[in-house]
Design a protein around this ligand. Structure first.
Ligand SMILES: [Fe+2]
Length: 477
């Protein structure tokens, strides 16, 4: 609906919800009758637009009584971003569901799924957290034996002695004759099991910063064959830690460098790895949810949500870059494998306290706001929380699972300062492929010819720009 330059030249057709661009005689607004007419047109248009999810301003502009011609900016209801935050709010979600139900009485709901979308997905990757827990932790937590840890330490010493660069870490340069095949076998769980696993048994306090990085990259080389760049600087490893206000104040420091809870989202990597060097004093657990489970719930109860999720009109904020925003779907179906993937960072859709949504870009619709919360709260209901114990190395399939993080509290005096190392990985032979519309972004992560040198920071990066930039398309939740 292109906005007319001057509203009085047009008529709003309530039946078709369209501006009719037929030229009409412009009324003189000094006449009380015409002022009244303008008010009525505005009121009618406002009612119709509100019924369609737009929010008109409540105050009638004073210029209605002025002699200057009314332009559309004066009284066309502005389309505003719905009242939705980065931190999901269940009460607001409930209110929106009620409001949208009333509004939808006009156009009706989609009761059929989009073409090709399954009524239900059935796979080991479709699970609910409480059910998975009942089956026992040994389904996804694998304890390393003292002999396996010794073998990893020998590989670490051998790699250090070889004086090779970090980029060359692979099963060849980090040989694990017994543990390696076990890890590779467990890693099949990423594609064909519950989609995640935890290796438990390392004691990071026994190793230097450098040793922990080598150990982690060495173990991860048996999980996936490719490592991704996590930012424009070529960092293949990132430290997730609350840096406090010494590097940047709370109101600008992004989530990976703070202690706030992160809502459900996906990263850009295909396999995500986290190595817990230190645990928080309280909270900080990882939460994982099966995308297939979320999909099944929505497909059964709200097929219209599936329509909304797979439409290519979601506006992703690029925070000052050119172009200022991108549009794409949140939900994808792989026509070959029927795999269903959700790919989004909520921050880019809603903005957040540390990344306020850019002005002037199209708002989310009320339908989209409802769906976004429906995805979050469905994931929350069916998620599993993992403790992130010191030494845990967890890996999950980011194309099949959503993740979130509890808020946490550190205690520097006791050494309980949450500190995780993160890798973004890819399994070249995996049946899970990133959706086509993301390939451009993923080229920046996994592309061979970036010309950017690899970096392996051994300590957290204490740089204001690094911890405050809003522009990374993912990895900030
Ligand atoms: Fe994340």
């Amino acid at each position: 609906m292109a906005p007319p330059a001057q509203l009085d030249d047009y008529q709003y057709d309530a039946a078709s919800f369209q501006w009719i661009s037929e030229k009409r005689a412009a009324p003189k607004l000094s006449s009380p009758t015409n002022t009244l007419r303008a008010r009525n047109v505005r009121f009618t248009a406002a009612c119709i637009l509100q019924a369609n999810g737009y929010h008109p301003p409540l105050v009638i502009p004073a210029c209605l009584d002025d002699l200057e011609p009314l332009t559309v900016q004066h009284y066309l209801p502005r389309q505003l971003q719905p009242d939705i935050d980065w931190q999901p709010n269940f009460a607001k979600y409930g209110e929106r569901v009620k409001r949208n139900k009333l509004r939808r009485a006009i156009p009706g709901l989609n009761t059929e799924l989009p073409f090709g979308y399954p009524r239900e997905i059935s796979s080991p990757l479709v699970w609910s957290g409480p059910e998975l827990r009942e089956q026992g932790e040994d389904k996804y937590v694998f304890h390393l034996t003292p002999a396996e840890i010794r073998e990893a330490e020998e590989a670490l010493e051998a790699f250090k002695a070889s004086k090779q660069s970090m980029s060359s870490i692979s099963p060849l340069s980090f040989p694990l004759p017994n543990l390696g095949p076990r890890i590779a076998s467990i890693a099949n769980q990423l594609d064909f099991g519950c989609g995640f696993f935890v290796l438990r048994g390392f004691e990071p306090r026994n190793y230097s910063s450098s040793d922990n990085v080598i150990l982690y990259a060495g173990i991860a080389s048996y999980v996936a064959d490719k490592r991704g760049r996590q930012d424009e600087h070529g960092n293949l490893l990132l430290h997730l830690i609350d840096l406090g206000s010494k590097v940047a104040p709370d109101n600008v420091r992004q989530a990976p460098y703070s202690n706030v809870a992160q809502p459900f989202h996906t990263d850009l990597g295909e396999i995500i790895g986290l190595y817990t060097l230190e645990q928080a004093a309280r909270g900080g657990r990882s939460k994982l949810a099966s995308t297939g489970k979320v999909y099944n719930e929505l497909a059964a109860l709200r097929p219209d949500h599936v329509h909304t999720l797979q439409k290519p009109d979601w506006v992703f904020d690029r925070f000052g870059q050119s172009p200022p925003y991108l549009t794409r779907p949140l939900l994808y179906r792989d026509a070959e494998t029927n795999n269903i993937t959700l790919a989004f960072s909520r921050r880019l859709l809603t903005g957040s306290k540390v990344s306020p949504r850019s002005k002037g870009i199209p708002p989310m619709t009320e339908d989209q706001a409802e769906v976004l919360d429906a995805v979050h709260f469905t994931a929350e209901h069916h998620c599993i929380s993992l403790d992130c114990k010191r030494g845990d190395m967890q890996f999950w399939n980011n194309l099949a699972l959503l993740h979130a993080r509890e808020g946490f509290k550190d205690d520097p005096e006791s050494g309980n300062v949450r500190h995780l190392l993160r890798l973004w990985l890819r399994r070249e032979n995996s049946p899970w492929k990133s959706p086509e519309p993301l390939q451009g972004l993923l080229e920046e992560v996994y592309g061979e010819n970036s010309g950017i040198a690899e970096r392996w920071p051994l300590e957290p990066i204490l740089d204001y720009e690094h911890v405050t930039t809003r522009r990374r398309s993912s990895g900030h939740g």
